[in-house]
Design a protein around this ligand. Structure first.
Ligand code: ARG
Length: 465
């Protein structure tokens, strides 16, 4: 069946039919398509185009098609051009000629926008839930080791000591911004396109706010041409997925490193690792590697739609059919990766002695010493120079910070005093970083508390969706 054909003398070539058909992927929109069509039947009833018996009959038939389509076999042998055509064909089989009225004043161009919006709205909500779950798990993992000290890195060189919860809270911030991005994407998606027609606005005076209310949209679109032409609501969704994946990828990279024999800080659970078919001793972090790998794929989905859209003349162009597979793929990969990361986080066991030793044996305390000198009146550049000399001497002699006695330190330069030797313990200097956002234990305790409250707020907003 086709939803067009009157002006053609011959049908499409077999090659074109196969080339242009989208049912094999847009069948994912079947529920959305039907939900939208049911609301449209009610709109036609309100507009006096359908009697209330007709509308009821259509809504009922759509409901049957919806439940029948849960069986994948419902699509077996279906040669329809797209999901909209599939649904109408099934409708015709159920209600006969009445089905011909459902498309009154409606175009597939707005219908496809509506379907994607409904699908993206549900998908954003699902991703928001998974993101909130991961955020909660990060806080749990932070609370398991509240006092653990790790070296923080820049350039993958030990830089300054931080608390383990401080490190995890950095990811909490990234994923909470992702949460906000998903909320924003959801808001942009949650706008009713119906009533726009093919591009010029419907020729029937639909009560668009009533349709919006029926389908739980926050607003109606303002311009019919924009509806046919626009996919930036989908790009917003893909961008939100891409930043989630970017952050997951960096988290994965960290944990692959930290669980390696070279670092040895964390152990990943057996349940999230795989063995080697050849090397009996191997326990590989495949779950994290897959997250890292899939992040490239999702960023590719964003890029793909961007490039599809650039340069299209107003308004709808069939190129836009290429929007669906990137959206479906990005959702599927992002949702799987968020859930995977949560399970990995649950499985992590930290051995606090390992990162503590890494901090002790390196010069992560150097900044603490230089800043202490500066607090006592030594100009910072001078203090930096002095501590640099101390480090150079130590490195040459193979000495770690704690090997310096207070007397030796005081003898090194007159600016140093005996009590400053306590700063050779990474935990000491850390106490000075009490600024909001710093790694002092007091600041981190407050940040953890605040993060928990913020997460509770996010969960409340989620409950309202
Ligand atoms: N399958 C198309 C899409 O996904 C449906 C939209 C309308 N098609 C058309 N030729 N006007 O974009």
């Amino acid at each position: 069946m086709k939803l067009w054909g009157g002006r053609f003398e011959t049908g499409p070539s077999a090659v074109f039919e196969e080339f242009s058909g989208s049912l094999h992927f847009d069948r994912k929109l079947v529920k959305a398509d039907i939900e939208g069509s049911q609301a449209f039947a009610r709109a036609l009833e309100r507009g006096g185009i359908l009697s209330s018996e007709e509308a009821t009959q259509l809504v009922q038939a759509f409901a049957e098609i919806s439940s029948e389509s849960e069986d994948p076999a419902a699509f077996d042998g279906a040669g329809d051009e797209d999901i909209h055509t599939f649904v109408i064909r099934r409708l015709k089989a159920k209600v006969g000629a009445l089905a011909d009225k459902i498309h009154t004043g409606r175009s597939r161009n707005e219908q496809v926008s509506l379907d994607i919006r409904l699908w993206l709205r549900a998908s954003s909500t699902a991703l928001l839930h998974s993101t909130a779950d991961l955020l909660a798990e990060l806080l749990t993992l932070a609370r398991k080791y509240p006092d653990a000290i790790i070296p923080g890195y820049t350039h993958l060189r030990r830089a300054q000591a931080v608390l383990w919860p401080h490190y995890l809270l950095a990811y909490f911030e990234m994923f909470s911004r992702d949460f906000e991005r998903l909320e924003q994407a959801r808001r942009r998606v949650n706008v009713l396109p119906l009533g726009s027609g093919a591009l010029a606005g419907s020729g029937f005076p639909f009560d668009r706010p009533a349709i919006a209310q029926d389908l739980r949209f926050d607003a109606i679109s303002r311009n019919s041409m924009d509806v046919s032409a626009d996919r930036d609501f989908a790009l917003d969704f893909l961008y939100a997925c891409s930043t989630v994946m970017l952050h997951l990828s960096r988290l994965a990279e960290d944990w692959i490193l930290y669980s390696s024999e070279e670092f040895g800080w964390i152990a990943l659970g057996d349940g999230v690792t795989s063995g080697s078919s050849l090397m009996p001793q191997k326990k590989n972090p495949d779950s994290l590697e897959l997250i890292r790998g899939k992040s490239g794929r999702v960023i590719g989905d964003l890029t793909s739609l961007f490039i599809t859209m650039k340069g299209l003349p107003m308004t709808y162009n069939r190129d836009m059919q290429e929007d669906k597979e990137p959206i479906f793929d990005a959702f599927h990969q992002t949702s799987g990766s968020l859930r995977m990361a949560k399970v990995v986080a649950e499985s992590i066991v930290l051995d606090p002695a390992k990162p503590a030793a890494a901090a002790d044996e390196s010069w992560v305390v150097a900044t603490d010493l230089a800043e202490e000198l500066a607090r006592r009146g030594v100009p910072f550049h001078k203090a930096h120079q002095l501590v640099g000399k101390l480090v150079l001497e130590s490195v040459k002699a193979g000495r770690r910070p704690a090997s310096w006695t207070p007397d030796q330190l005081a003898a090194f330069a007159p600016e140093f005093t005996l009590d400053m030797a306590k700063l050779f313990q990474p935990a000491e200097g850390m106490k000075t970083r009490t600024v909001p956002g710093g790694t002092a234990p007091s600041a981190v305790a407050a940040a953890l508390q605040e993060a928990e409250e913020r997460l509770a707020g996010m969960k409340e907003r989620l409950a309202d969706l």
